[in-house]
Design a protein around this ligand. Structure first.
Ligand SMILES: *Cc1c(COP(=O)(O)O)cnc(C)c1O
Length: 404
């Protein structure tokens, strides 16, 4: 007989196997037990057939990784503590002093900050290319170029690039191309199979996804993923990921697992409301330009149409407006403050609609030629009724004095 405390810790009860329920169980661990010392010596943490340490994977994280592979059409997946951590892991795993990385000028801002900060300090250079001019990307590839980032649609301004042509340019030059696939979410298009039915698959080498957005769906989880199809490339990323000690919490992984079954339904609901509001904005004289890839007038519309319109998905729940140049920053800020349902805040993909005014000139090399001059505001459309969101936008235009 052992003492009570010992019995409680080493309790012999095992629940019956075969428990089935809609959601997979949540396994939490730093320590993982080995059945023997021999097993401890033999189990390889890189091999997903067993468990060695919580940081190297649990049933919960393996399950999430496999489901994300299915979502994106990849073969291997790594989880990171945020979307930005996923981006940084790719850079740290693949780039060395003397290398150069190419980034689209409309990339997610903190990804550019990483290049301008840590990467530069480590002797890794970067250049920004025009996402709408494939020849500019081709011209910027040199023998130093190791990695090219792609993003479709672009952050904040939502231009849709000729993704297929960009990938072809990278393949022809023999450089890795990594896509920030947060906007497409694995639904708008297939990053590893951009031309379904083509004889030879055309796809990116790496897809990162800020699971923080649509897969989580709640605005309450930070997580990222790095998905690949090539085993060698995956292993380079995995070794770096392990050495950096990156992991995710089991409860967060569970929250994303809970979000995945409704991902496609939510994405299309966000999409439908966003298109209604973007069409409404197009009719309003307060806006000089409305940016949403499904609008014929929006930059890169034809590329979106070719890649996404006939695919399973469509477009994410984001649109931006450029206010007519007669409005000052103070006036546009007052409009944002006057919104009631749209909250002021970063990120997207959750149920609550969000608004952010951006100072575009601080974010870009120069004012993009395809954009009208004026103050830019981005809306993230949540899951509220579109008619209520439209009424909110209308009341804010009037109560802030922008419309008479
Ligand atoms: C939000 C976002 C990220 C970063 O995700 P976090 O989890 O917030 O770090 C990366 N790329 C894009 C396009 C995003 O919108």
């Amino acid at each position: 007989m052992t003492e009570l405390v010992t019995t409680l810790i080493h309790h012999s009860y095992q629940p019956p196997a075969g428990f089935g329920a809609p959601q997979p169980g949540v396994f939490k661990a730093s320590t993982v037990f080995f059945p023997s010392v021999t097993a401890m010596r033999e189990f390889d943490w890189k091999d997903k057939t067993a468990y060695t340490y919580g940081l190297h994977g649990t049933p919960t994280t393996y399950t999430l990784e496999e489901r994300l592979c299915t979502l994106e059409g990849g073969a291997q997946c790594l989880l990171a503590p945020s979307g930005l951590a996923a981006i940084a892991t790719v850079a740290l795993a693949l780039l060395r002093s003397g290398d150069e990385v190419l980034i689209p000028d409309n990339a997610y801002g903190p990804s550019k900050a990483l290049a301008e900060g840590e990467l530069k300090a480590w002797g890794i250079t970067h250049q920004y290319f025009d996402p709408m001019v494939p020849a500019d990307l081709a011209a910027k590839i040199t023998p130093k170029t190791r990695l090219v980032w792609l993003e479709a649609a672009g952050s904040v301004t939502l231009e849709f690039p000729d993704l297929c042509e960009q990938v072809r340019i990278c393949k022809a030059a023999g450089v890795w191309c990594a896509l920030d696939n947060t906007w497409g979410a694995g639904l708008a298009f297939k990053p590893f199979d951009l031309v379904p039915g083509a004889q030879a698959a055309l796809g990116v080498d790496i897809s990162i996804h800020a699971l923080t957005k649509y897969p989580s769906g709640g605005g309450d989880v930070l997580m990222g993923s790095i998905t690949t199809q090539d085993d060698k490339l995956h292993m380079m990323l995995k070794l770096c990921h392990m050495r950096l000690g990156l992991g995710v919490g089991a409860n967060d992984a569970e929250a994303v697992l809970r979000g995945l079954p409704s991902l496609a339904l939510r994405y299309s609901a966000h999409d439908a409301s966003t298109r209604l509001l973007a069409e409404w904005a197009l009719q309003r004289s307060e806006f000089a330009q409305v940016l949403h890839p499904a609008l014929a007038q929006s930059p890169g519309h034809a590329h979106w149409q070719a890649l996404c319109e006939n695919a399973a998905g469509g477009a994410a729940g984001l649109f931006s407006v450029v206010f007519a140049p007669r409005y000052s920053q103070v006036q546009v800020d007052a409009f944002c403050d006057a919104l009631k349902l749209f909250k002021i805040g970063y990120s997207w993909g959750g149920p609550v609609s969000l608004v952010v005014p951006y100072e575009l000139l601080k974010m870009r090399q120069s004012w993009p030629t395809h954009l009208k001059q004026g103050i830019l505001v981005r809306f993230s459309v949540g899951l509220e009724a579109a008619v209520d969101l439209q009424a909110d936008l209308e009341q804010a235009l009037f109560s802030s004095g922008l419309s008479a």
